[in-house]
Write a protein that binds this ligand. Structure first.
Ligand SMILES: C[S@@+](CC[C@H](N)C(=O)[O-])C[C@H]1O[C@@H](n2cnc3c(N)ncnc32)[C@H](O)[C@@H]1O
Length: 204
């Protein structure tokens, strides 16, 4: 089963509230985006947005230039259905982030639990090349991954755990880490998952 098939199967067989990464409200992401403090017209992309309701919350806060990318059509459709007419104001990309091409750039690049699935140096390089090309000059990045004391798998797939040193090594030359928030996420089945939210600015 390839990567896309895996994720389509997940979203076609589980309810949105049942997946381990489900959050009723993506509070940490929202706080971090608010802290960045960019205007509500700034272009924001949620990479691997899945069926997350981050986009719903950002629309509610009047952010007006939103993009959601996900490899899974089923995940995107679930979010579009939930949003109804509001979905018309969002740019949707059904794509593998490692092969993502788009004309515009983004001021905020948000990724919760996608980068950590890239277990090969080649995939991470593609991801970071795209990020480098598509992040605006003053762009900021939030990448949330499982931490070193977190799970070693997510959705039955192997992941790479990160701490500050390890993630900074990955993005060196492109991004500079300036802030980290640690979280113990409680899954719908009441398991604990240790996350780190890494916040970066572009290297000048
Ligand atoms: C663990 S879920 C996290 C979903 C969402 N970010 C959240 O926090 O609720 C990972 C998401 O990334 C998507 N995904 C996985 N690999 C991807 C890739 N290479 N490119 C784009 N999306 C991907 C999956 O379809 C899934 O929706």
């Amino acid at each position: 089963m390839n990567r896309k098939q895996h994720w389509e199967q997940v979203y076609n067989t589980k309810s949105i509230q049942e997946v381990s990464w489900y959050q009723n409200s993506p509070i940490i992401s929202l706080n971090l985006i608010e802290k960045i403090g960019y205007d509500i017209t700034c272009p924001i992309i949620d990479v691997g947005g899945g069926a997350s309701n981050l986009v719903d919350s950002l629309i509610k806060q009047s952010y007006s230039n939103l993009s959601v990318l996900d490899i899974s059509k089923a995940a995107i459709q679930a979010t579009q259905q939930r949003l109804g007419k509001l979905a018309d104001n969002v740019h949707w990309h059904e794509k593998d982030v490692t092969q993502f091409q788009v004309d515009n750039t983004f001021d905020i690049w948000h990724d919760r639990a996608v980068f950590h699935f890239l277990t090969t140096a080649e995939d991470r390089k593609s991801y970071l090349n795209t990020l480098d090309a598509k992040l605006s000059k003053n762009g900021q990045v939030i990448i949330a991954t499982f931490s070193i004391d977190g799970p070693t798998k997510c959705s039955d797939l192997p992941i790479v755990q990160y701490d500050e040193t390890k993630i900074q090594q990955e993005v060196q030359g492109i991004l500079q880490l300036y802030h980290t928030v640690s979280e113990v996420h409680i899954t719908p089945s009441k398991k604990q998952q240790q996350f780190n939210y890494f916040c970066f600015k572009r290297v000048k």
